[in-house]
Design a binder for this molecule. Structure first.
Ligand SMILES: [Zn+2]
Length: 582
């Protein structure tokens, strides 16, 4: 039970929180001034103060171990933390990390060297999953302005100025872009108070103060990125200044379960996808995976492949309005995009299809071409179309379609001459559909609602939720009814929120819409983590969840992942929308 630390905001695995001192200390934080160290037990027995301060984090007596110590040795010298009613921190190693009922944990084995990037990431992940999610993790002796953002991204909350001071005293000038020996600098590229002297009068002590200032500036900047849910955007640029950071960042992406579990299924903020690492973002890989495993085309019309547009949703762009004038509800429009992949027209609103921004140069890397053509090929294989009309420009787009369809027996026609918006190209598109009947407005709206439900709840959920229903809305079905209202579409996420009637339709169905079991109470507005009895591992922040307890059945939106709501002792787990007393 963590009493003096609370997580207040999450951006993937990064989070904001506070140490609940009389004057709370917001985290991530530099905590040198807020520590009371009881000391190491290796030299002598240590006393814990009889009345510990409640405005300091008490580091309990401990035995630190060098990296590589055998677990059996660490176990033999393990110190059981006493139960003290003040903010406490236990010293742990990745191998011995467990729930010791303290507010914070200090990693003892990383303070001299970061070691190989993959080992470092594994150590942090091992530690994070072994301690309660609502406790703080302190990484001592290692933070610099350059690496701080990556550590925050990993979910580390507390740092100190040790490395910044030592580097300064040794004549190393730290900036977010790297570490610079003072003798290599012709002038001081900073305007902090310590750097207001000329470089020939700049001492190593000044350098240490500058390093602390820069570390604090970086902390403020990183905190702002986490608060605005854009830490990943910042990091994709920041890690590029350092090979160790780039390697660690990529290792984390290639072993993504830790990040996936902590990435919400939707949010209102957009993101930029401008680097090759953007292709590995959880938001993007999750969308691609769901298109292949959950999406099913319901139209009987030809597949019309078109390029994506910079403006989102695509339908609002100039190019797609022209395409629409030629297609006129006679083809199933599917946009091709990098990095997102394949976007059927029904899912243009669905996160992150209208939330990403990318560089549109028309130049595709061979990696992009291979990835997207593979997706398209699998998409065509798993959906049935009478024929394909490829309204794509020459170059990368056409390469993708040709590669994806080279083994396909479905007839394909290319309609673009020079440019997709040229009158001749648009006429070709119109002609290619001349014998195809229009689909109705109801078909369009119903299939979109069903596709979004499939995407959100699982393949086929759309048929279970929405048949013989009334669709209310102008361009898309905003509210859907049968005997009662079933769901409301949230256009900012392109996902549904369910009513109790809708929730009851999915309850006990083959769709594993996650059900959280709660204690003996009727939730009002929200369910707090301590009220959760059990929660499926599959729940992600932003998921629609059913809530079942002895006294109530409810539906709402998850604020935490399943594991986090089960292991936390603080914080809102679920925002409740509708409750039925039992
Ligand atoms: Zn400075």
């Amino acid at each position: 039970m963590t009493k003096y630390f609370e997580v207040t905001h999450r951006d993937g695995s990064a989070r904001l929180g506070k140490l609940r001192f009389p004057t709370p200390l917001p985290t991530p934080a530099i905590c040198d001034d807020f520590l009371y160290n009881s000391g190491s037990l290796w030299a002598t027995e240590k006393e814990i103060p009889s009345s510990p301060s409640i405005d300091k984090l008490l580091i309990l007596p401990h035995r630190g171990f060098p990296s590589g110590t055998e677990p059996i040795l660490e176990d033999a010298f393990f110190v059981e933390p006493p139960d003290i009613d003040s903010p406490t921190a236990a010293v742990i190693s990745p191998k011995t990390a467990s729930d010791l009922h303290t507010d914070a944990y200090i990693l003892s084995t990383t303070s001299h060297s970061l070691g190989p990037p993959n080992k470092f990431c594994n150590d942090i992940i091992q530690t994070k999953i072994s301690i309660p999610p609502d406790s703080a993790l302190y990484l001592p002796g290692i933070a610099t302005p350059q690496n701080l953002s990556f550590f925050v991204y990993l979910g580390i909350d507390l740092f100190d100025t040790t490395r910044a001071v030592l580097s300064g005293l040794q004549g190393t000038y730290l900036l977010p872009t790297g570490d610079y020996p003072l003798e290599n600098l012709d002038e001081l590229p900073c305007h902090c108070p310590s750097c207001s002297v000329s470089i020939d009068k700049f001492t190593n002590e000044d350098c240490a103060t500058h390093n602390i200032n820069t570390l604090k500036n970086e902390l403020s900047l990183v905190t702002q990125y986490v608060r605005s849910n854009r830490i990943r955007d910042y990091l994709e640029g920041q890690v590029r200044h350092n090979t160790w950071l780039t390697a660690a960042f990529r290792y984390l992406d290639s072993n993504s379960h830790y990040l996936e579990q902590r990435t919400p299924v939707a949010r209102t903020e957009g993101f930029i996808a401008t680097t090759e690492d953007s292709l590995n973002r959880i938001e993007i890989t999750r969308f691609q995976e769901r298109i292949l495993t959950r999406y099913k085309n319901r139209f009987t019309h030809p597949l019309v492949l078109v390029p994506c547009s910079a403006k989102k949703p695509y339908s609002k762009s100039k190019s797609h309005r022209f395409f629409h004038q030629s297609i006129r509800f006679r083809g199933h429009k599917v946009s091709i995009s990098s990095p997102l992949g394949i976007i059927p027209q029904e899912l243009e609103l669905t996160y992150p299809a209208q939330h990403y921004d990318t560089v549109v140069t028309g130049n595709w890397s061979s990696d992009e071409i291979n990835r997207i053509s593979k997706l398209l090929s699998q998409y065509i294989e798993s959906n049935s179309y009478p024929n394909i009309i490829a309204h794509v420009p020459p170059g990368g787009y056409r390469d993708i379609v040709e590669l994806a369809t080279k083994n396909s027996s479905i007839p394909i026609e290319y309609t673009v001459v020079a440019h997709p918006l040229s009158p001749e190209s648009l006429q070709n598109l119109d002609n290619a559909l001349s014998l195809v009947p229009h689909y109705s407005r109801r078909e369009r709206m119903l299939y979109q609602a069903q596709a979004i439900a499939d995407y959100q709840f699982g393949n086929g959920a759309g048929d279970l939720l929405f048949t013989d229903c009334t669709l209310k809305g102008k361009y898309f079905a905003r509210r859907i009814f049968d005997t009662d209202q079933i769901a409301t579409l949230l256009p900012e996420y392109g996902l549904f929120s369910l009513t109790l009637h809708g929730a009851n339709k999915l309850k006990n169905s083959k769709f594993n819409i996650p059900t959280v079991t709660i204690d003996n109470f009727v939730p009002q507005g929200s369910v707090l983590a301590p009220g959760v009895v059990s929660a499926p591992e599959t729940i992600r922040s932003g998921d629609e969840v059913l809530v079942q307890g002895p006294l109530a059945f409810a539906v709402g939106r998850a604020i935490m992942s399943g594991p986090e709501m089960q292991q936390s002792s603080r914080g809102v787990a679920i925002d409740i929308r509708h409750v039925q007393k039992l």
